[in-house]
Write a protein that binds this ligand. Structure first.
Ligand SMILES: CC(C)(COP(=O)(O)OP(=O)(O)OC[C@H]1O[C@@H](n2cnc3c(N)ncnc32)[C@H](O)[C@@H]1OP(=O)(O)O)[C@@H](O)C(=O)NCCC(=O)NCCS
Length: 178
């Protein structure tokens, strides 16, 4: 089934919220959280008010049905809304998810194309992901190399120096997991 990848537009926002939900790592045997978890400040900051100056992302769309099947985006999270993968005020944080039935290469393509755009703009990106999340197997294929492991969280980065500020480990370890 073929698909195309295009930049996010404002009408994609509802789908992006669903992808943010899908990006929440639920360990095996744990009841998935309700979608109201998206209203938690530490989660919703990854999307609320989408369309800021530095926001950018891509959506994968099924070529036949026009259904959206995945998305990857970055957002700069600074000041009082630093994300779990905060590195510095110039490094946006990346989020990626694909609808479960379409996880066959789409994630690698989305990540690869998003990284190409970032490199074109001389941007580094950061991504924090639980080391227990099997989805992290998709990261090397997209050129994201492991940077550092912090307890149960791996911080990956693309194209720049990676440094996770000390003292943030405990918050990192709760990122996107329930
Ligand atoms: C992470 C994610 C976006 C990857 O998308 P995808 O379309 O499945 O990725 P790909 O099919 O391109 O996978 C690339 C490689 O990673 C492997 N992989 C991806 N997801 C995997 C999983 N859950 N378990 C084991 N391996 C996985 C694939 O087998 C593939 O390996 P290969 O190249 O040796 O065949 C997708 O699994 C997802 O939406 N996960 C939930 C959201 C999430 O966890 N986001 C943050 C992850 S960093």
């Amino acid at each position: 089934m073929s698909y195309l990848i295009r930049p996010i537009v404002s009408s994609d926002e509802f789908f992006l919220w669903e992808m943010l939900y899908q990006a929440i790592y639920v360990p095996p045997g744990i009841e998935p959280p309700g979608r109201d978890i998206l209203r938690r400040p530490e989660i919703e900051r990854y999307l609320r008010g989408w369309g800021r100056t530095h926001d950018f992302g891509l959506v994968a769309v099924d070529a036949t049905t026009s259904m959206r099947i995945g998305a990857a985006w970055w957002r700069l999270l600074t000041g009082g809304e630093k994300g779990y993968g905060y590195i510095d005020d110039e490094t946006p944080e990346l989020t990626v998810a694909v609808v479960p039935k379409r996880r066959q290469g789409v994630g690698t393509q989305l990540l690869g194309q998003l990284i190409d755009v970032a490199q074109h703009r001389c941007l580094s990106l950061s991504l924090s992901v639980s080391s227990a999340n099997p989805g992290r197997a998709a990261l090397p294929a997209a050129g994201i190399r492991n940077c550092r492991d912090l307890r149960n969280v791996a911080c990956h980065e693309v194209g720049g120096a990676c440094e996770v500020h000390s003292g943030r480990e405990s918050r990192l370890s709760s990122r996107f997991s329930v």
